[in-house]
Design a protein. Sequence first.
Length: 341
Amino acid sequence: MYSYRLNDFGSIDHLQHVEEPRPRPGRKQVLIRVAAVSLNYRDLAILQGKSTLSPQAGLIPLSDGVGYVVECGEEATRFSCGARVAGIFFPQWTGGSLTPDNSGGAWGSRADGWLTEFKVIDEASLVSVPAYLSDEQAATLPCAAVTAWNSLMQSRTLQPGETVLTQGTGGVALFAVQFARMMGLKIIALTSSEEKATLLRELGATHIVNYRQFPDWHQQVRALTHGVGVQRVVEIGGPGTLQNSLKSTAFGGEIALLGFVAAGDKSVDFMTLFTSGATVRPFSVGSREDFERMNLALTQSQLQPVIDRVFAFSATREAWCYFERQKHCGKVVITMAGAAQ
């Protein structure tokens, strides 16, 4: 079989296409024929050596993938051969809270990820995916979709009519817009162009604010909410956006701290934080239980994940370079269709 391994960090040149033996499943494990994978910002951060996760060199990258069970190991009973499955982001986090004991082994940073033709995985680290989705759509779910879902559902489930602020048109942001619409929320979406604004409106955004036109966009957010602010911020930018997010949040509201894609001053003004009355709560994707609950909602709503572009497995490097330019709207996916298996 063929895989890609990231032998070092800092350059796409370190992503090597290699041939290696097909693995065999052990006790309570299954062998998966991978059908599609998708890229997330954390994969780019790992490649560039900017990750917060202290990744290991030499691993197969990517946390998100979907495939079909082709062989079951001894005592593996959760899935039958032919079942379509996706991996959970943290292989040991099946439910409850994230702890040091169940947060280890993340794909692509501490264990081999999904950018390979065949993968052996513990059956407990898998979920079934909604039947209505294509393989490419299903591959977008494990990180971006679950993260967006928990940013709206965790700590306090938002109520219809409340307002959420989203940032950009990456995978997490677009899933957040779609889930927010499904929940009956008002949505203020930040973006940088009219083309992206059109997509956000189609997905259900109530208001659009161009952050290039309005660098102090918290003023527009306050005006659109009649001075109150939003009840939830899906905070993806991090250092470059947190100050404005604090000024955009209603007293008693919450900032779901998810990412660090926007460069900026990493310090936070204490008085801005103190006087905002907001809770800043970091989120780390979600558990298997979270993934399964989200899948029930997806099946009921028939939500369609937004895919910007699909690349062939043989064009994996081109996919990474395209993703690195950060001009995409939605998910960038790599399909195994046509790969020699």
